[in-house]
Design a protein around this ligand. Structure first.
Ligand code: SF4
Length: 252
């Protein structure tokens, strides 16, 4: 079966809004960090320090013709200043009746704040929680300061139980076989589960003790493993494959 392909964040939304520079989660595969470093906007050290873009805080947003992703180049963390800034921007986007995709590796306390503050906008919000593995050792390596699996799962369950639209991104998938993870997520997902391989793997400055883990990720995104995952999940109605995976499989 051939699939229609779009590219980058356009797969998910028509517009991106961000209000923070940097991201304390400091994921090793982060594309936003890679770009910020390449264009001299951040270093390996400064990226972790999140700074608020004050110009965005009081901005009034129009009604966009299409879905808005918030955020796309940082996360909504539980640091009180960062959280307040994100809630303010989110309110300003929602107040003009925009449809918003909230993408996050969720802290439970942050999820609770969003659920409480925006219950009247339930119909306009879809959560897209990034849950890339159910193995906390693997998560701590690749996403060192992001919440552990159980906390992300609790956020998903709570949002589902509160009647919000829920979806999950397993991109990049970090387990050889993400099917077990998919089965844990499915009962709490109202919309879709997206799967894709790691696209941006650091090639330089890998310390000798980390080489095995980088090699493992390289192996699990080879054609044969992608095909195995595709075949196992293609008939699950809520599963969506990222374009990068379809291209590698020759299905785009
Ligand atoms: S959570 Fe997203 S923006 Fe933040 S470091 Fe990880 S990949 Fe980058």
């Amino acid at each position: 079966m051939k699939h229609k392909i779009t590219s980058g964040t356009k797969e998910w939304a028509d517009y991106n809004i961000n209000c923070i520079k940097g991201c304390s989660n400091d994921c090793r595969y982060c594309y936003a960090k890679l770009m910020a470093k390449r264009f001299g906007r951040a270093t390996e050290e400064t990226w972790k320090k999140m700074t608020i873009n004050k110009d965005i805080l009081d901005k009034k947003f129009r009604k966009f013709h299409g879905r808005v992703m918030f955020p796309s180049s940082h996360d909504i963390t539980d640091d009180p200043d960062i959280l307040n800034a994100c809630l303010k921007v989110l309110r300003n986007v929602l107040i003009t009746e925009n449809e918003v995709l909230i993408t996050t590796k969720p802290c439970l306390s942050v999820t609770k704040e969003i659920l409480q503050n925006f219950s009247s906008y339930k119909e306009n919000i879809q959560f897209r929680f990034t849950i890339t593995s159910n193995n906390n050792e693997i998560l701590s390596f690749w996403e060192p300061n992001a919440p552990q699996f159980e906390e992300r799962m609790d956020s998903l369950i709570l949002s589902y139980k509160n009647g919000f639209k829920t979806s999950v991104s397993i991109e990049p998938f970090l387990d050889e076989d993400p099917v077990m993870l998919v089965n844990k997520l499915l009962p709490y997902v109202t919309e879709s589960i997206w799967i894709g391989p790691m696209n941006h793997m650091p090639k330089k400055n890998i310390s000798p003790e980390n080489i095995n883990e980088y090699d493992r990720i390289r192996r699990i995104k080879e054609y044969d493993n992608l095909k195995k995952i595709y075949d196992e999940l293609v008939d699950v109605s809520k599963i969506r494959f990222k374009d990068s995976m379809l291209i590698k499989l020759g299905l785009a």
